[in-house]
Design a binder for this molecule. Structure first.
Ligand SMILES: NC(=O)c1ccc[n+]([C@@H]2O[C@H](COP(=O)([O-])OP(=O)(O)OC[C@H]3O[C@@H](n4cnc5c(N)ncnc54)[C@H](OP(=O)(O)O)[C@@H]3O)[C@@H](O)[C@H]2O)c1
Length: 367
């Protein structure tokens, strides 16, 4: 039965929801291509599901058709994005759909890619396949927010993250741990979903972080490490320097320290000389543009107070995760306060999601 607002049935919505969940699960892991989910249904029963492959290929439709445990002839296909209709690195998905005689194809939105946009319904209908657009459009637009930012603005989708104590401290030399193990897991999940993770050499030298994804089995999918290091102050004995390999580290610098430059280049780091154009710091927009060109589509910023503030002030985070512990932190000899709560509450107050992870409170601010 369809609802009054649109012509889609509750079952259509259920299948598309599943396809959206499949796409969401692979989000951030499909390189240049959007993460797509696909569900194939015959006589009301699911006969296959598919997701875009890691790195972007094969496409979800191809995977779903290959996984079918029944002939997909006369089935309905639910895809989270308009299927591709041109020859790229793989043949068009529309061709595969036509070849397999699928009867109806549902997708919420057209692709933003101009090579594809709006052409698939015509191609399918010319082969007597019904193409139905608009099913769960709002949910799909939400899912493809980052893809749209990548393609339209040629910028990475940027997520910021900070952990603070009840008394708003982000660092104290009295203790290393601020938030709990469940919050750590969520942080590692964010790392898993990112192509790059950005910090300053100041934080690197104080914390000596690993910056990898430590979810069991997923360390291989750790993001690239990106360091803002104007004066090449990076500690050469740090974990990050010791673990440079396969171009996994990008350092933005503006210094003539040849010895350090040569050492880091020899280790295999990608060094990018970046002028500050007469300002104190790098222009973060330029940094983001350069990172996008280096293939960073999803960036996680785990800044200290100053770097986080710079991103927040310029409203450059698409999402910001605040992990707040229920405990106060002792101030010790050295400590750093989080000083951007006002900015968050004024510039990022449109969409807020709040939840608890045991004793920690997580607030996600969406721009
Ligand atoms: N709890 C958490 O979630 C968390 C996360 C990360 C770090 N931390 C803690 O935060 C503390 C550091 O915070 P912080 O505010 O002092 O430092 P920070 O934000 O990590 O780094 C600030 C420094 O980085 C440089 N910098 C900042 N923006 C830059 C830009 N656009 N271009 C080039 N360089 C830029 C500047 O260096 P110059 O001074 O040389 O100009 C600046 O002093 C550490 O103790 C660390 O443990 C906590």
């Amino acid at each position: 039965m369809s609802t009054k607002k649109d012509n889609f049935t509750a079952k259509d919505k259920k299948f598309m929801k599943l396809a959206l969940d499949l796409a969401r699960a692979r989000k951030g892991l499909t390189g240049d291509n959007p993460s797509v989910g696909c569900v194939i249904v015959k006589k009301g029963e699911i006969i296959s599901i598919g997701q875009t492959g890691y790195g972007g290929r094969p496409h979800a439709e191809h995977n779903a058709i290959s996984n079918c445990f029944e002939d997909p002839k006369d089935s309905k296909m639910y895809i989270t994005l308009e299927p591709c209709n041109h020859y790229g690195k793989t043949p068009p998905c529309t061709k595969n759909i036509i070849k397999n005689q699928i009867r109806e194809v549902y997708y919420p939105i057209e692709d933003i890619d101009l090579k594809v946009k709006g052409k698939s319904s015509l191609i399918l209908e010319n082969s007597n396949i019904k193409a139905k657009k608009g099913l769960l459009k709002k949910e799909a637009l939400n899912l493809y927010n980052s893809y749209y930012i990548n393609r339209k603005k040629k910028l990475p989708y940027v997520i910021g993250k900070i952990a603070l104590s009840k008394n708003k401290i982000i660092y104290s030399d009295t203790t290393k741990r601020i938030t709990n193990e469940m919050s750590d897991k969520l942080t590692h999940y964010l790392r898993f979903k990112s192509d790059g993770i950005l910090i300053t050499s100041k934080t690197l030298n104080i914390d000596n972080p690993k910056l990898n994804c430590r979810l069991e089995g997923y360390t291989k999918l750790s993001p690239k490490r990106i360091i803002l290091d104007k004066n090449l102050k990076i500690n050469l004995k740090s974990y990050i320097v010791k673990s440079i390999k396969n171009k996994n580290t990008i350092i933005f610098y503006n210094s003539n320290n040849k010895t350090k430059k040569n050492f880091l280049t020899k280790k295999g780091a990608i060094l990018i000389k970046q002028s500050t154009h007469g300002h104190k710091n790098f222009d973060l927009k330029i940094i983001l543009k350069k990172l996008y060109m280096k293939g960073i589509k999803n960036l996680l910023v785990e800044g200290g107070d100053q770097l986080t503030k710079s991103f927040l002030q310029k409203v450059m985070f698409n999402e910001f995760y605040m992990f707040k512990s229920s405990k106060n932190l002792l101030k010790g000899n050295k400590y750093v306060n989080f000083t951007s709560l006002d900015i968050l509450n004024t510039k990022y107050n449109r969409h807020k999601i709040n939840f608890k992870l045991a004793t920690d409170r997580i607030t996600i601010y969406k721009n």
